[in-house]
Design a protein around this ligand. Structure first.
Ligand SMILES: [Zn+2]
Length: 203
């Protein structure tokens, strides 16, 4: 089974001067002997401290995976100058580009195309001892304290001021809820898929 460690729980909040503070959820996947860091975010101190708590240094990370190209999700790639990078379709090794789809090569980690927040957005589906964990990032996100509830209706209706295609985003939300037992949002706390909670109650 693969493992998912949440290194930083994503946050986002406005400040009184009109600026904004945000770093996304950053996760470490351990799969097939590889350590894959998903969306290294913006918070350098927290990321290094969190890696250190697992006795890891930036050089111990085998690959970085980027779910989409919003700077709050990737600015910390500066801490990993020699680490090769995947996104939903391409693996970059220096100036070489290798193409893939459906799975991160050499692993069982499924890549779900989840457009809507941005056209290139993808999510990862990981099989763990706790069930299927979807690293869904900005398919679901909210400002700190703004999440209404974890019911399916509220999750589908979450407002996203940055979404480029609202209908595609709702379809992506439904896809994640069809597949996952647990969902990791881009900014906010990991939650159990409400559809799975219902099934548990009916057993
Ligand atoms: Zn984003």
């Amino acid at each position: 089974m693969d493992k998912v460690h949440i290194l930083i729980e994503g946050y986002a909040y406005p400040k009184e001067d009109g600026s904004f503070v945000a770093s996304p959820t950053t996760t470490l996947i351990e799969a097939d002997g590889k350590k894959i860091l998903v969306d290294p975010g913006t918070n350098k101190e927290k990321l290094l401290a969190s890696l250190k708590s697992l006795k890891l240094k930036p050089q111990d990370i085998d690959f970085i995976y980027l779910t989409h190209y919003h700077p709050d999700h990737f600015l910390n790639i500066r801490l990993f100058p020699d680490t090769h990078i995947y996104d939903g379709g391409v693996f970059w090794k220096g100036d070489e580009e290798y193409f893939h789809k459906e799975f991160i090569p050499g692993t069982h980690i499924e890549i779900l195309p989840t457009p809507g927040h941005s056209p290139e957005h993808t999510s990862l589906l990981v099989n763990t001892d706790d069930g299927w964990v979807c690293i869904a990032q900005d398919v679901f996100w909210w400002e700190d304290g703004k999440q209404k509830s974890e019911t399916e209706a509220d999750l589908l209706e979450l407002q996203d001021p940055f979404a480029t295609d609202r209908d595609a985003q709702i379809a992506s939300r439904k896809l994640v809820l069809e597949k996952a037992d647990w969902v990791i949002p881009g900014h906010g706390k990991k939650f159990r898929n409400p559809r799975k909670v219902k099934q548990l109650c009916h057993q």
